[in-house]
Ligand binder design. Structure first.
Ligand SMILES: *Cc1c(COP(=O)(O)O)cnc(C)c1O
Length: 370
């Protein structure tokens, strides 16, 4: 079986370094927001070219905290794509705001500018105060146009950078362009911890200050609670692991890119549509996503029968999920999102794939399309 991701293969060559970093945390016994968290936050600011990086417990709460620290209030509307992982909209709803869905472009699978304008027509009925573009699969959304609309309508911009940390938009790191960027270090992400972890990036000093208070029970000074905060802190062990892995991330992403280029070349001219990379963005291939009209399901079945873990991210768009029924969206309202959920599928692209495995995957796709 060729899995979607083989973390054991990633860990093995750097195992001693990781063990030593974890041992140090145990020796110091400062397990939450310890020195390792501060060190990792510093390394991230240098890597991403951003003023502030605030370590938190996961990517979902990074989005929630970024919204709160940017002044978004319960009852506000927050625009996000209908085609993304649940957590983007889940984070909005978790702080009492209302997800306002917008359709995606079928080339990039990211939020479409026309769809944002359409979603803003709700503005007459409610107070839309933010937008969350998602850099889905590892390539950036159309940030300049998003920032332009945001400025015009006075919206805060929170970048969901869970799948694209390390990607660049016109030479700047994803997550550093809007008011805040939310990063996830879920183990399966391109930079993954040994458990849950996340981070908020910002260049705004006031937002940074607020985030540090919000993530830690609203504490400014211990036992004096300034704001209604949360237990959303980062663990020292996760920071220690991430600090080791960060040094290797760009190389891993380069390998993913090479694998993607190989797939692109081999699948050229076939009926499957390869990923489109817009000129303003690089791609870190968190997922390598192909599209087959009118449905990818029998091709996925075929690949699974050949031992390849092909999957759909994501099989049901958010406006059709049961949990968002109260938002009263209808089937057919976001046709591109619905089309993408039927036609897309991802194949393994992780850095440790061998040339033989890459060939095997290509062969299995060709076998089906013949
Ligand atoms: C993974 C992910 C998140 C959530 O991150 P967690 O660390 O799992 O909470 C949010 N948005 C997107 C697009 C994701 O892929």
């Amino acid at each position: 079986m060729i899995p979607v991701l083989d973390l054991k293969k990633q860990i093995a060559p750097i195992r001693e370094e990781l063990d030593a970093a974890i041992k140090k945390v145990i020796d110091n016994a400062n397990f939450i927001l310890g020195k390792e968290v501060r060190d990792f936050e510093n390394e991230i600011t240098k890597y991403a070219g951003v003023k502030y990086a605030i370590g938190v417990c996961n990517g979902t709460d990074a989005i929630k905290l970024a919204l709160l620290a940017s002044g978004i209030k319960s009852g506000d509307g927050v625009i996000c794509p209908a085609f993304t992982y649940y957590a983007t909209a889940g984070a909005i709803a978790s702080m009492g705001a209302r997800p306002i869905f917008a359709d995606i472009g079928l080339d990039t699978y990211n939020i479409s500018i026309e769809a944002i304008e359409k979603a803003l027509e709700h503005k007459k009925k409610m107070n839309i105060s933010a937008i969350i573009p998602v850099h889905l699969y590892g390539a950036c959304a159309d940030m300049d146009n998003i920032l332009k609309i945001a400025k015009k309508h006075k919206l805060k911009v929170i970048e969901d950078t869970a799948q694209a940390f390390g990607a660049e938009y016109k030479g700047r790191k994803a997550g550093t362009i809007g008011d805040c960027g939310a990063v996830s270090f879920f183990p399966g992400k391109n930079l993954g911890a040994f458990g849950d972890a996340g981070m908020v990036l910002t260049n705004n000093r006031i937002i940074d200050e607020k985030l540090r208070i919000l993530r830690n029970q609203g504490n400014k000074d211990k036992y004096y609670h300034l704001l209604l905060g949360y237990n959303n802190r980062m663990d020292s062990i996760q920071a220690a692991v991430l600090n080791v892995k960060l040094k290797y991330m760009d190389n891993w992403n380069r390998k993913r890119h090479e694998n993607a280029q190989y797939f692109n070349r081999q699948l050229k001219g076939l009926k499957v549509k390869a990923p489109f990379v817009p000129i303003y963005s690089t791609h870190i291939y968190h997922q390598y996503v192909l599209r087959l009209e009118p449905s990818s399901s029998s091709l996925i079945e075929h690949l699974k029968s050949r031992g390849i873990d092909a999957r759909v991210y994501y099989p049901l768009p958010l406006h059709l999920q049961k949990c968002f029924k109260y938002l009263r969206y209808k089937k057919g309202e976001f046709p591109n999102s619905e089309k993408a959920s039927k036609e897309t599928f991802s194949i393994p692209v992780y850095p440790d794939l061998t040339a033989k495995e890459l060939d095997y995957i290509v062969g299995a796709i060709k076998e089906f399309l013949r």
